[in-house]
Design a protein around this ligand. Structure first.
Ligand SMILES: Cc1cc2nc3c(=O)[nH]c(=O)nc-3n(C[C@H](O)[C@H](O)[C@H](O)COP(=O)(O)OP(=O)(O)OC[C@H]3O[C@@H](n4cnc5c(N)ncnc54)[C@H](O)[C@@H]3O)c2cc1C
Length: 390
């Protein structure tokens, strides 16, 4: 269920096995992505203090690098630059760079001038103390990746059914039996919930819990400045909870520096986009914009209030769900981790030993016994620091 980047990649990996009959049911149309995948600006940073997340990101970036769709590469390994504007932050970034070494990830400590030279449209030499460049990070084209996986999945025999919202799941004893849309039943031995922020609407159909919280997040695009801006690394200012990149001739900038804004399930529409909430996001964007060199600050031409899923520990919900045989989840998975997560789940589903260790840290049932309120609060607490883990 769900043909965002996660469900589509999973269908492609399952399609590599013989003897499987794979159907992807997607509520949206076939010609565009209405879920979070269709909105993601595509930052892919490999380093995470949780080893399994780093491995999922590494696997994903390697997979995306090999994909292309209609001449667009899945991944540009342009690097990721973390910038400090205070000496305390620079010390923290240096400690993080040491951690990268333990994961065999290259990290280069840069002076302020080197950091500004690396990303001249984004780093203000005057405000910068220094930075760390992660050359293996980069930017993913989530739309192109999903399209490429769809082609591969169909070549592997998968069928995609669009305009097909799942409204029912049949369980026989403790085994899944079928999924239903308003007018059709599809027999199924295994069912995967890959519905992104809408996962919690599916979970009650089988009386299980998927503790994820949809949150609203601002990202703005600047005007077309004509010609391509220097396509250097994407840049993060972890202490300010801000990140930015060039998209061809435009700059793009996102910020977590605001009161978290959970989106109640009953306010989710059919797209992972919400109305811009005015001052809450305007003020945060204005603060973020002040980090750019004065000549590159811009008036947003497009403002996106996108919705994505947070979990209480910032990790995906990946694996078997509850005690219902054949029910699986691949939820709250970032683009950063999607291919690795899909590949690992395909291995679990087909009884193959996973290549990646530590998947139990992602088990969907790991929060059992905690109240909904606690889980939501934990998820929201992590929102601001999504890019400054460690
Ligand atoms: C503004 C923004 C910025 C982001 N930035 C980044 C970033 O820089 N880096 C990064 O790694 N990630 C980023 N993300 C997060 C990332 O986009 C998501 O985590 C990822 O795309 C989720 O993919 P998915 O396939 O799980 O979900 P989705 O893409 O949401 O797909 C779920 C699909 O399920 C379908 N569906 C829902 N309900 C049903 C149903 N009942 N029946 C059938 N189908 C159903 C939906 O229509 C949808 O197509 C960002 C997200 C947003 C919104």
């Amino acid at each position: 269920m769900g043909a965002g980047i996660v469900g589509t990649a999973l269908a492609a990996y399952l399609g590599e096995r013989s003897g499987l009959d794979i159907t992807v049911l997607e509520r949206g149309p076939g010609d565009r992505l209405l879920g979070s995948t269709g909105h993601a600006p595509g930052f892919l940073g490999l380093l995470n203090e949780v080893p399994v997340a780093t491995e999922l990101a590494r696997t994903s970036s390697d997979a995306y690098e090999r994909l292309e769709h209609r001449g667009l590469a899945g991944f540009d390994r342009v690097g990721g630059l973390e910038v400090a504007t205070s000496s305390a932050e620079m010390t923290r970034l240096e400690i993080r760079a040491e951690l990268a070494g333990t994961y065999r990830l290259p990290a280069q400590i840069l002076t302020a001038s080197q950091a500004a030279e690396c990303a001249p449209s984004l780093v203000d030499r005057e405000a910068c103390i220094g930075g760390v460049l992660y050359p293996h990070d980069g930017t993913a084209r989530a739309n192109a990746i999903t399209a490429a996986y769809k082609v591969r999945a169909m070549q592997g025999g998968a069928t995609f059914v669009h305009d097909a919202a799942v409204t029912a799941i049949s369980v026989n004893g403790r085994e899944v039996r079928a999924v239903g849309t308003v007018d059709t039943q599809f027999h199924a031995d295994d069912i995967v919930i890959a519905c992104g922020v809408w996962g919690p609407m599916i979970a009650p159909l089988v009386e299980v819990e998927l503790p994820l919280t949809p949150v609203a997040h601002p990202y703005v695009y600047g005007p077309d400045v004509g010609g391509n801006l220097a396509q250097g690394p994407f840049v993060r200012w972890p202490e300010h909870h801000v990140y930015a990149r060039a998209h061809g001739p435009r700059l793009g900038l996102g910020t977590y520096d605001h009161q978290p804004r959970p989106v109640p399930i009953d306010e989710l529409g059919h797209t992972a986009e919400q109305r811009w909430p005015g001052a809450l996001f305007d003020d945060a964007v204005a603060r973020a914009m002040a980090l750019l060199p004065a000549v590159h600050r811009f008036t947003p031409e497009k403002r996106l209030n996108g919705v994505f899923a947070m979990t209480p520990d910032n990790l995906p919900l990946l694996g078997p769900v509850g005690d219902i045989g054949g029910l699986w989840a691949a939820e709250a998975v970032w683009v950063t981790h999607a291919a690795g997560a899909a590949h690992a789940l395909a291995q679990l589903m087909t009884g193959t030993a996973p290549d990646i260790e530590g998947l139990e840290a992602l088990a969907p049932g790991r929060f059992a016994g905690r109240t909904d309120q606690e889980l939501t609060e934990s998820s929201l607490r992590l929102y601001r620091d999504i890019y400054s883990s460690t």
